[in-house]
Design a binder for this molecule. Structure first.
Ligand code: PRP
Ligand code: URA
Length: 209
């Protein structure tokens, strides 16, 4: 089953509006994207199971504190997922980072893998795939299923904007994943872009168009 959770905190909505605005320049786009990524991961970890550890404080006393019970690996889908990494690692500096390079063929809209490198961690680790856009869902499904093929079982995905078509495709082509998303938009246009969406996330982050 794919669990879809829409994270609609007012701050996420306000910052997403800045990203949607076609007049937002690339510096502001990048900073808002990272801020949303922080907020989304903060919300996502609300139900996270921590484990207890003992700490000694400067007052020469001991107390029980908490830490992560599993290793966390953040996996951005290149390129646009990179735009969310700083915001997430600010909150979870101990997280390791993996990379999956996928590009969408502009005509067929099919995703093609060109890079795959995941840290050597236990298959029990928590994998958080990040990509701002979930359009046809092809890239998300390929990334999730590639990690599953590698043996990872605990997979979550954080996306900003999704199309109903992409969410449907995800539900039909993978399972056992939690998807956290800031907004589910109206539809895909004939070029495979999300409408209203925010345009080409990679180009807006990296200033490539
Ligand atoms: C964009 C986006 C997603 C993908 C979503 O990447 O960042 O990875 O498209 O589309 P889908 O759901 O239809 O697969 P793109 O392939 O344009 O590469 P880029 O990030 O390098 O620009
Ligand atoms: N990729 C993007 O960057 N934007 C879209 O709207 C769809 C795919």
């Amino acid at each position: 089953m794919v669990n879809v959770k829409v994270l609609d905190h007012p701050l996420i909505k306000i910052k997403l509006t800045v990203l949607r605005d076609k007049n937002t320049k690339h510096t502001e786009f990048k900073s808002n994207l990272n801020e949303i990524a922080s907020l989304m991961v903060f919300e996502m970890l609300r139900d996270y199971q921590v484990k207890n550890i003992k700490v000694e404080t400067p007052t020469k006393s001991k107390t029980t504190g908490q830490t992560f019970n599993k290793e966390i690996v953040i996996v951005p889908i290149l390129r646009a997922g990179i735009g969310m990494i700083d915001g997430i690692t600010n909150l979870i500096p101990q997280a390791k980072i993996g990379h999956i390079g996928l590009y969408r063929d502009e005509k067929t809209l099919e995703a093609h893998e060109y890079f795959y490198k995941i840290p050597n961690v236990s298959k029990d680790s928590v994998i958080i795939i990040v990509d701002p856009m979930l359009a046809t869902g092809g890239s998300a499904v390929d990334a999730i299923n590639r990690l599953k093929k590698d043996g990872f079982k605990n997979i979550k995905m954080v996306s900003l904007v999704g199309a109903p078509e992409g969410i449907k495709y995800l539900k039909e082509n993978t399972t056992n994943v939690d998807l956290y998303i800031a907004a589910i938009d109206k539809k895909l246009n004939k070029d495979g872009y999300i409408v209203p969406g925010l345009g080409d996330a990679g180009d807006r982050i990296f200033g490539t168009k």
